[in-house]
Design a protein around this ligand. Sequence first.
Ligand code: NAP
Length: 447
Amino acid sequence: MQRRPIIVVTGANGGVGFGICHRLLVQLAQRNPPDASPRLSSPDAHITHSDSPNLKYEPAASTGATVIMACRDRKRAERARGQLLALLDAHIAKLDARSADGVHARAFRENVEVEVMYLDLSLIRSVLEFGTELAQRYPYISHLICNAGVAAFSHLGWARFFKQLATAPISSVEHPCYNIQTRGVRSKDGLGWTWQCNVFGHYVLFRTVQPLLAAYSRTGSEPSPGPARVIWMSSIHASPVYEKDDWQLTDTDLAYESSKYQNDIIALELSSRALAHQKYTRNANGNGNAVVDGNDRAHQGAASEEEAEGEVLHYLVEPGITPTNFAALLLDQIPFGRFFMVLLFYIVRLLGSPHVLFSAYHAALAAVQAALSAPPLPNTLAAQDHHAMPKYGSQTDRWGYERLGVAETRESAKREGEGRALLQRCEDLYRTFLAEYQAGAEGEGSR
Ligand SMILES: NC(=O)c1ccc[n+]([C@@H]2O[C@H](COP(=O)([O-])OP(=O)(O)OC[C@H]3O[C@@H](n4cnc5c(N)ncnc54)[C@H](OP(=O)(O)O)[C@@H]3O)[C@@H](O)[C@H]2O)c1
């Protein structure tokens, strides 16, 4: 049986984040969770397992779990917590209490904790405080799911909408060009708001909980569920549509799409470093000599102390397109806006789009399968390609049967090296905020 998973989900009180928590609990309550054995809809020969082929993996069945809902509004989060537990209870109530599944699920339920913790990604101090409190309360974290996301939508561009609908109806849902965003919105910290909530806030969160992730990976025994996993929520909209110097995305009309691209290349860079570190350690352990190739050496140079502490698997996932509160500001400007959106989604799915899903539970498929798969889903590409990684997507066929899709993600050829530069900028800024936070904490302590 598995060590108790302790899973942090950001933006867990609604939309896809709520779906992730719901799906995690329902899956973990099963003796043989189907999400622990994902099957790719189109098996891709280029992706390979990065983990040790000799490691024995334990089944994903769990005797309990802790899910930490990291949310900015305590009231909304407490309400969502109640709904989650009610959904889990309803799921368990359907199982025959005398069957092996029923017995397992009821024992699991006795040992489930769903906690709400305050986290506002638009305020870095809150992210650092979150990390401090987490370290006081838990010995390790098994999964960090960086799900929360925002876009500074202002209004619908009707002319663009009708033109795209008439000329490319599927694209009008998959890649809408009519959701107009406000430029230059700043966070409470004075940084680009979309950038901070979607990119930097999650980077700081990852850095803050890195010792807890490493603690989980380090103490792994065999059979093992594998190292701790960090799951970065991307989008099929991710696109490098900003000037390279505008890295806080304050001078672009497409800050959302750009922030998701930045998430992709940060995950890619972190994953490359983790893999290089892993390979380096294995070589060193295998023959006493650390043998590294040129690519590895470059990454070794960049490895932080925390990276050396324990390996972490990074995954990129996207939830497809699903009705949530994400575009509420736009839809609520139109009478029956949400109704028309769902209608359009149905039409587009019937026309053959695999990306439209109608429930957050289904949209959570990719994140939850990346979290629970045993052995871990591959997170690298063949031929040790350090500059590309798979992006797993929640998909469906036109009749609504869900499936796991996969696409290749790489840095745009014109922007090579951007991931490394961006990571360095995030790291420098993180250290500045951390120093201020620590100085503030010391000041308070000496008062
Ligand atoms: N829905 C889609 O079709 C779609 C498509 C592609 C990618 N995604 C991605 O999926 C993720 C979830 O989106 P969603 O559709 O579920 O949107 P949603 O319904 O708007 O949920 C977003 C979640 O993020 C939280 N959040 C927003 N700002 C935050 C902050 N400053 N600090 C902490 N939490 C914050 C929200 O909290 P509040 O409730 O307090 O606002 C909410 O819980 C996002 O990363 C989004 O980019 C969604």
